[in-house]
Every structure is written in structure tokens, then in C-alpha cells.
Design a protein around this ligand. Structure first.
Ligand code: FE2
Length: 207
């Protein structure tokens, strides 16, 4: 799950999410969004890392490798990718250069074109620095994110960036509004399939 599992980072909210996900009977991998709290997330989802540090890790999903990167800036809605996190990513990707990899983070590392979202997105310099890391690691096939509560795609370092709908409420496409507005659109999620070495990503609405 690409972040913002809870609205208020309350223990009860995380417990409910954990119980609901458990019913799926599949391994669950989560990462923090701006509404989450790193250590509460750690407590409920058995995540690695010392208290207060970014929640990031790699997991092998059969032939596909998932790398989760923490793009949050605690206490703020906008994101950040500092040098420590990017050097961790660089080393992590260097450790498995031949494994097709899906990189997941909460804030889409691209400009959305929607001012209200870009204001609380990742700074341009941080996006470019992530792009520089990706240039060195061709095995990263796709970058997936959340945060914007709608489907959008753009490109970073030649890789498709896909932001997926929220499993909660969606937001309206508006290039002129200064505010984020909700939209009466269905929730959804993405399904990624690695077939014969090619990664296909589908967005599935829930109606
Ligand atoms: Fe968010």
C-alpha cells in the first residue's frame, strides 16, 4: 500500500487496516504517507528500521523485486527525499541489478500539473536527485505512488511513474483551483503483472 493508510495515525485506525488487509490472505507491504506516523506504522505492520527513521525496505515478490522508499517529511504534507534516503536506495538497487524492480513511494516524483497537489509534492530538486539514481539502475521498471487520490502517469528518468487511486476518496481533476476538491469517483487500486519479463500495470476501480 502506497501510504496514508490512516487519516490521523491513530492506533485504532491502523489496527482496523491491518484486520481488513489480513482478510485478503496475502503478504502485505506498506509504506508511510503524510498522514501516517512512521513508528505507529512500524508497530502495527512489523516494519524494519530504528525508531524515527524512514520506513524503507526491499522485498522479493517472486521474480519481481519491490523497493519501498519513504518520501515523507514528518509533520508536513509535502514530501522530501534527502541524501541519506537516496544513497540507501542507490545501494539497495546496486545489490540486485538484474531483478526487475518496482519502486514505490507515497509522493509521486513528478509534477502533476495541479497546483494544489504540486505544493505538497516533492521538491523539484529531490525529484531530479531521484531521477539521477534511477539513471544508474535500469532494472527499475516502474515507479508507483499514491498521495494524489487519482490515476495519473508521467515519466522520470525514462521510467513510467504511475499514481494510483485512493482506496478511500478521490480528488477532482482541476488545473485552476487552489484547493484540493473531492470527486464522486470510485476508489481503486493497481495490479502489476510481470509476464515474460515485461511489467504491465492495471488500475482497477472498485464499484
Ligand atoms: Fe498523502
Amino acid at each position: 500500500m502506497s501510504g496514508d493508510l490512516a487519516d490521523n495515525a491513530a492506533h485504532g485506525e491502523y489496527e482496523l487496516v491491518r484486520q481488513l488487509l489480513e482478510q485478503l490472505g496475502v503478504p502485505v507491504y506498506v509504506l508511510p504517507g503524510n498522514h501516517d506516523h512512521r513508528d505507529k506504522l512500524r508497530r502495527h505492520f512489523d516494519l524494519p528500521g530504528a525508531i524515527g527513521t524512514p520506513v524503507q525496505y526491499a522485498a522479493d515478490l517472486g521474480p519481481l523485486r519491490l523497493v519501498a522508499l519513504d518520501s515523507t517529511r514528518p509533520g508536513e504534507d509535502r514530501g522530501e527525499l534527502d541524501a541519506d534516503r537516496l544513497s540507501w536506495l542507490d545501494a539497495e538497487l546496486a545489490g540486485a541489478p538484474d531483478r526487475p524492480t518496482l519502486l514505490a513511494l507515497h509522493h509521486p516524483p513528478v509534477s502533476t500539473g495541479i497546483a494544489a497537489w504540486d505544493e505538497i509534492g516533492l521538491p523539484v530538486a529531490d525529484r531530479r536527485a531521484l531521477g539521477d539514481v534511477l539513471e544508474r539502475h535500469r532494472q527499475v521498471r516502474r515507479v508507483v505512488a499514491g498521495h494524489v487520490h487519482r490515476t495519473m502517469t508521467a515519466e522520470l528518468a525514462g521510467r513510467a511513474v504511475l499514481a494510483v487511486p485512493s482506496t478511500y476518496v478521490q480528488t477532482r481533476l482541476s488545473f485552476n483551483s487552489d484547493e484540493i476538491e473531492t470527486a464522486a469517483e470510485p476508489p481503486g487500486f493497481a495490479v502489476h503483472a510481470l509476464v515474460a519479463g515485461e511489467l504491465a500495470s492495471h488500475v482497477q476501480p472498485v464499484t
